[in-house]
Design a protein around this ligand. Structure first.
Ligand SMILES: Nc1nc2c(c(=O)[nH]1)N[C@H]1C(S)=C(S)[C@@H](COP(=O)(O)O)O[C@H]1N2
Ligand SMILES: [Mo]
Length: 198
């Protein structure tokens, strides 16, 4: 049956939509707290902890290889959006400028506004992860994390830090904001790693 809004049959997309998820209409905004207003020329990404400290700014990011990405986006509150189109810089390309201490195996992602989320080094250093500054060919809007956010397609979207401003390299797993409040430490959507063991 074709409704006013055509949607592909679920079966056709079942290999794209993880268990317990449904497709969102549009691209919802999910933010805990205030939306920071950081202009491109004020934005900075600092690296510290078990890495040689370095700070990247907007021009540094623009000087790195730029790529287009198409990625599925899965929020643990059970909506998914397929084929989101972004432009940005691969995590591995930015990380080529970072000198890591070999003891670094975990990361705390820090953001303007105080949000944090943790990720292992191996989940972070994947080919498909990127720092996004453009969404569907428009500058990334503030509410979706502009000027720059991280996108980690293979984990639930709470790991995709908006307004990212810091990478803290660690030799142990510390918990970020949602992880301290009951979410899973890793958050892999195909195995429904939604909640942590309390
Ligand atoms: N800084 C920050 N990053 C964040 C969040 C947040 O509240 N603050 N929410 C997370 C959650 S739970 C989701 S689902 C996605 C939502 O991204 P969107 O608002 O662009 O859809 O951002 C993630 N990154
Ligand atoms: Mo989310």
């Amino acid at each position: 049956m074709l409704g006013k809004f055509f949607r592909k049959p679920e079966a056709e997309l079942s290999d794209r939509v993880p268990p317990g998820q449904h497709l969102a209409k549009g691209f919802p905004v999910l933010t805990y707290g205030e939306t920071p207003n950081i202009s491109q020329d004020k934005w900075q990404l600092k690296v510290w902890g078990l890495a040689k400290p370095i700070t990247f700014n907007w021009l540094d990011l623009m000087a790195m290889p730029q790529n287009h990405f198409k990625a599925d986006f899965h929020c643990v509150t059970r909506w998914s959006k397929l084929d989101v189109q972004w432009t940005g810089v691969k995590v591995i390309d930015l990380m080529a400028h970072v000198e890591l201490d070999p003891k670094a195996i975990h990361i705390m992602e820090h953001c303007y506004g105080g949000y944090t989320t943790n990720i292992s080094l191996s989940d972070f250093l994947r080919e498909e992860n990127f720092f996004a500054h453009t969404l569907f060919d428009e500058p990334l809007p503030y509410n979706h994390g502009g000027p720059v956010r991280l996108v980690v397609p293979h984990l639930y979207a709470w790991k995709s830090a908006k307004w990212i401003n810091g990478l803290e390299f660690l030799d142990n797993e510390e918990l970020g904001f949602w992880e301290r409040n009951g979410y899973h430490k890793r958050g892999e959507p195909w195995s429904e790693e939604r909640y942590g063991s309390i």
